[in-house]
Design a protein. Structure first.
Length: 264
């Protein structure tokens, strides 16, 4: 007698095993994050595509465990327990990236950095310092404004313009040096150019005498940027080199490989 072929598990089977519920919970958290971290139940139903009874059940569980909160206007926001998860994941991100940062430092001789956006600020999550005595000192965990740093502008360039403007906020852009770009129109021109050519420059905009070249890390689960920074004259000398082993091609090649490792 011929055996009956095995069938793929149905949605009910997956739900019984808990897999579908977990997938839907993460889908709901992603939808909430895509909404800026705050949304109503009806908005979550529209963005996630999940049925309202499922959303009610999942939201209730997520609220009970502190991963989602309900505000006074009956909207839902990402909860404080996610902060610890994010901080731990950020530290691990730097660890996973370290071999690539070390490779970039060896190829250029300059400090290599990795950064992400968090709460409207740039957070350095990984670094391998140059061996040279004169180098840039930006410790892991440091937070800076995005408009005046190479990694910050590389991060902003990955966002839709409306979202990038929301990150910058409504307050005037702060000047850190005479070279800081504080005109939003000029900044967004730089971001458009960065998207076209694949890299962005911080020319003494955060600190006098320091130049930084930054590129996006494609495929990362959150906007992520890789940079090389150091004394202005040395970075300009690296930029002046030609060929496949010059600065930007090397950075793009390393960032592409790193993105494959970080891709969800």
């Amino acid at each position: 007698m011929a055996s009956t072929p095995a069938t793929a598990p149905t949605g009910t089977d997956r739900a019984a095993g808990g897999v579908q519920s977990v997938e839907r919970a993460f889908q709901l958290l992603e939808a909430l994050a895509d909404s800026g971290g705050i949304a109503t139940l009806s908005e979550l139903s529209t963005t996630s595509g999940l049925p309202m009874p499922t959303i009610h059940r999942l939201i209730r569980t997520l609220v009970q465990h502190g991963y989602v909160r309900q505000d006074t206007a009956r909207r839902y926001t990402l909860g404080p327990r996610l902060i610890r998860l994010g901080e731990t994941a950020g530290r691990l991100l730097g660890s996973w990236a370290r071999p690539y940062l070390a490779e970039l430092m060896e190829a250029t001789g300059e400090t290599a950095n990795l950064a992400v956006l968090e709460g409207g600020e740039v957070v350095y999550v990984g670094q391998v310092q140059s061996r040279r005595s004169m180098r840039m000192f930006t410790e892991v965990g440091r937070r800076v404004q995005p408009h005046c740093t190479g990694v910050g502008k590389a991060l902003l360039a990955q966002l839709p313009e409306e979202e990038a403007r929301a990150v910058l906020g409504t307050q005037p852009l702060q000047s850190h040096t005479p070279y800081t770009v504080t005109d939003p129109a000029r900044l967004f021109e730089q971001l458009a150019i960065a998207r076209e050519r694949g890299y962005v420059v911080d020319d003494q905009e955060q600190e006098i005498g320091v130049r930084c070249i930054a590129v996006a890390v494609p495929g990362a689960p959150t906007p992520t940027a890789l940079s090389v920074s150091g004394p202005e004259a040395r970075i300009r000398a690296l930029e002046a080199q030609a060929g496949d082993t010059s600065l930007v091609p090397v950075m793009l090649q390393i960032s592409a490989r790193l993105g494959q490792v970080l891709a969800p």
